[in-house]
Design a protein around this ligand. Structure first.
Ligand code: SF4
Length: 115
């Protein structure tokens, strides 16, 4: 089986955002993550292409992404002081969007590192 090799992949696990990772992947999973630290290796090697979970949940019930976006918009619109929280395992572009959302809502932005 041939491996797909991706150079200069970015690890978003801890926040250092190392962007020189070399990934080797077969059809289902990453089998090697060169230059990643032990945390990065564990993160990359434990993700698969299997579809283990529904795309979205609303109140614990399976939903479409469109339904989930509509529900999220309604929750955020009704909130007095929405908190945009997390962002530890997402890209810089997604973090930028999260901050913009927090500003647009007049809410608060925080990351898991405040714990
Ligand atoms: S490779 Fe290690 S240090 Fe670099 S972002 Fe991933 S977890 Fe952090």
């Amino acid at each position: 089986m041939s491996l797909n090799i991706v150079n200069n992949a970015t690890c978003t696990f801890c926040g250092c955002v190392c962007d020189d990772i070399e990934l080797h992947a077969n059809e289902e999973r990453i089998v090697e993550a060169k230059r990643a630290c032990v945390l990065g290796k564990a993160w990359f090697l434990n993700h698969t292409a299997e579809h283990l979970y529904p795309d979205a949940l609303i109140d614990g019930k399976e939903a479409t992404v469109e339904e989930a976006i509509q529900a999220a918009a309604e929750y955020l619109d009704a909130a007095d002081l929405p908190l945009v929280y997390g962002m530890s395992n997402i890209t810089c572009e997604a973090q930028r969007e999260a901050v913009a959302l927090g500003e647009r809502l007049g809410g608060v932005v925080d990351s898991h590192t405040s714990l």
